[in-house]
Design a protein around this ligand. Sequence first.
Ligand code: PDD
Length: 286
Amino acid sequence: MSRTVYVNGEYLPEEQATVSVFDRGFLFADGVYEVTSVLDGKLIDFDGHAKRLKRSLGELDMAEPISSEDLLGVHRELVRRNDLVHGMIYLQVTRGAATDRDFAYPSKDTKPTLILFTQSKPSLANNPMADTGMKVISIDDQRWGRRDIKTVQLLYPSMGKMMAKAAGCDDAWMVEDGAVTEGTSNNAYIVKDGKIITRHLGTEILHGITRAAVLRFAREAQMQVEERSFTIAEAQEADEAFITSASTFVMPVVEIDGEPVGDGVPGSVAKRLREIYLDESRKVAV
Ligand code: PDD
C-alpha cells in the first residue's frame, strides 16, 4: 500500500508527490532535516526536534515554513493517515525552488519546500542489535565544519556507512585531529570505571536530541558524566561503548577496528541507559 506523504501543505500518495528540479535542496544540498521516532503511535521528544530545526534554519538564514504547533499537527496527521505504530518521521526543509540555478540565495519571497514522510519500523524498540551490539570502524572525518547544523549534505556519512559495510561492520566513527567526533548518524560514547564519556558540544558534532535526554537521565540516576573528546585507542580500552540517535536510541558498540570493547558484549551501563531512555521517553511521548 502506498504511503501518504506531506508536501508543502498537501497530503498526497507518495507516487504523486513532486518537488521542482530547481529546488535548492536538490541542486545545492541547501536544506535541513529532522528525524523523530514514533513508538506506539506517539512522537518521541518532538519539542527537542522542533527546537533544533528552528536553530538549523536560523543558522542558515532560512525561513520557517510553518510554526512548531502546525508542524506537530502535520506529524500527528501523518501518523494517523499511515497507521504508523513504530517507526520514524523524516522532515526536510529546503530554501525552495529559485527560477534558475544560482549560487546566490534566491529572494526572500521564495517559498521554502517542506516535505515529511513516515518510515515504518515495527522492531524499532526491539532492535535485535541491542542484544548483540554493533561493530564500528574508524575513518577520517572529512565533513564540512558546521556539523551542528543538521543539513542534508550526507554524502560523506553515506560513504562512511559503505566503508563500514565493506569491512563487515555496522557503522563508522569519525576521527578528527586524533579524537572521535561522532558516528555517521549518531553520537559516540565510552564508559570507563562507571563514568560516561562523550564529546563536548561544539560545531564539530551534531547536538543530538537523544544525547541531551540520555545525559540528563544519566545524571538524574547519579551516574557520572564527562563531556570531553576521546581517542580510538581510549575507546578500545574502555569498559563499554555505545551510540545514541533518534532511530537507535541507545545502542551498544562491542568492537572498534577489530578490537573487542570490554568483554566484547553489550555492557550494563548501555543496557540500563537504553531501558531508562525508552521508559522515560515513552512516558512523555506526544
Ligand atoms: N541522525 N550525529 C549525527 C551526524 C546524526 O546524523 C545524528 C542523527 C545524530 C543523533 O542525533 P539525534 O539524537 O537527534 O537523532 C548525531 C539521524 C537519526 C539520521 O540522519 O537519520
